[in-house]
Write a protein that binds this ligand. Structure first.
Ligand code: ATP
Ligand code: MG
Length: 136
């Protein structure tokens, strides 16, 4: 079954947006498979964003993800990866459509509240990285 790794980033946790964000996924109808408040190890943050390691913003990105606890989640369902990306909205919140999480709740690309896997393969890979203990 398809799964997506979804994460409320530290700004979303600090701003008290966890319930709002989880509620949107619950109301959509996907199945929650794992959930934890997590103080991210540096190696996990670096591995998660390793494809972006050549980008000029990579260091700031890792620092941002380490700036406080995240809420790490796995959601399951047919088409969940693409659907979660639609619920989340475009990477730059100023370009995200109203009605999406980033479109409604964020203004900065470097503080864009939430992550969602970009392919089913990465959904599996990221779930194994963030939940090595396995799913419920
Ligand atoms: P995510 O992987 O977090 O769901 P995304 O898939 O929409 O976001 P990516 O291209 O994978 O976007 O970039 C990962 C993250 O890197 C973005 O969510 C954002 O926080 C940060 N980022 C991307 N582009 C920039 C940029 N130009 N300046 C600063 N940060 C950026
Ligand atoms: Mg991405």
């Amino acid at each position: 079954n398809e799964i997506s790794y979804v994460m409320v980033k530290p700004d979303g946790v600090q701003r008290g947006l966890v319930g709002e964000i989880i509620g949107r996924f619950e109301r959509k109808g996907f199945k929650l498979r794992a959930l934890k408040l997590y103080s991210t190890p540096k190696e996990v943050a670096e591995e998660h964003y390793k494809d972006l390691s050549s980008k000029p913003f990579y260091k700031d990105l890792v620092q941002y993800i380490l700036s406080g606890p995240v809420v790490a989640m796995v959601w399951e369902g047919d088409g969940v990866v693409a659907s979660a990306r639609k619920l989340i909205g475009a990477t730059n919140p100023l370009a995200s459509e109203p009605g999406t999480i980033r479109g409604d709740l964020a203004i900065e690309v470097g503080r864009n509240v939430i992550h969602g896997s970009d392919s089913p393969d990465n959904g599996e890979r990221e779930t194994a990285l963030w939940f090595p203990e396995g799913l419920v």
